[in-house]
Write a protein that binds this ligand. Structure first.
Ligand SMILES: CC(C)(COP(=O)(O)OP(=O)(O)OC[C@H]1O[C@@H](n2cnc3c(N)ncnc32)[C@H](O)[C@@H]1OP(=O)(O)O)[C@@H](O)C(=O)NCCC(=O)NCCS
Length: 158
C-alpha cells in the first residue's frame, strides 16, 4: 500500500519503535522531503549502527515508516537532532506521539533536560515544541548556512 492511499489515521495501526538500519531508506526519503539541507543516508546509518550516543524512534502507520525523531545523549541532557513526519501524514497528531515517546525515554532514563535548535521561521515546529513545554532561551544568528537563517535554541527541564 502506498502512503497516498492512507486517508485517515483513525482506523490505522500506529506504532512507535526504535529505528534500525532497515528503516534508513524510509527515513532518508522523509528527510529529503522535509528539510532544505537533508542529512545523507550514510549519516543515518552511522546514527543507528555506530553512534552509541544516538537514540532514534520511528512512528509507523500500518507498518510503514511515516516519521522519525532522533536525539543524542550528552551526559544528563538529550539533544534532539531531527523530527519529521512525511508530508502526506502531517497534521494528524503523529509528531505528538513521537514527542511523547521521547519524553517517556527521558523520564525512564532519568535525563534532566532536553534541547534543540529550530529555524526561527519554522512556526509549526516551534508550536509543537512549545506545546510540550520547551522554551526559547536563545538565538544563534545565521546558524543555518544554507539560508543564513537564525536558530532558536529551546530547552525543556524535567
Ligand atoms: C513539525 C512536524 C514534525 C509536525 O508534525 P505533525 O505530525 O504534522 O504534527 P501533529 O499533527 O502531531 O501536531 C502536533 C503539534 O504541532 C503543531 N502543529 C502541527 N501542524 C501545525 C500547523 N499547521 N500550524 C501550527 N502548528 C501546527 C501544533 O502545536 C500541534 O499541536 P495540536 O495537535 O495540539 O494542534 C511536521 O510539520 C514536519 O515534519 N515538518 C518538517 C520537518 C520539520 O520542520 N521538523 C522540525 C525541525 S526542528
Amino acid at each position: 500500500m502506498s502512503l497516498n492511499n492512507i486517508k485517515s489515521v483513525d482506523t490505522n495501526v500506529i506504532e512507535l519503535r526504535r529505528m534500525t538500519v532497515t528503516d534508513v531508506d524510509s527515513v532518508f526519503e522523509i528527510e529529503t522531503l522535509s528539510f532544505k539541507s537533508p542529512w545523507t543516508k550514510e549519516a543515518f546509518v552511522n546514527e543507528v549502527v555506530k553512534n552509541q550516543l544516538a537514540v532514534y524512534f520511528v512512528v509507523t502507520l500500518d507498518a510503514l515508516v511515516v516519521g522519525y525523531a532522533g536525539m543524542w545523549t550528552v551526559v544528563d541532557e538529550l539533544h534532539i537532532t531531527n523530527v519529521a513526519i512525511t508530508p502526506d501524514q502531517r497534521g494528524k497528531g503523529l509528531s505528538n506521539r513521537l514527542m511523547e515517546r521521547l519524553f517517556e525515554f527521558a523520564i525512564e532514563n532519568k535525563f534532566t533536560s532536553m534541547t534543540l535548535e529550530v529555524r526561527t521561521t519554522n512556526a509549526v515546529a516551534i508550536s509543537l515544541y512549545e506545546k510540550y513545554g520547551f522554551k526559547g532561551l536563545g538565538v544563534r544568528k545565521g546558524y543555518y548556512q544554507d539560508t543564513n537563517e537564525d536558530a532558536l535554541i529551546m530547552w525543556k527541564e524535567f
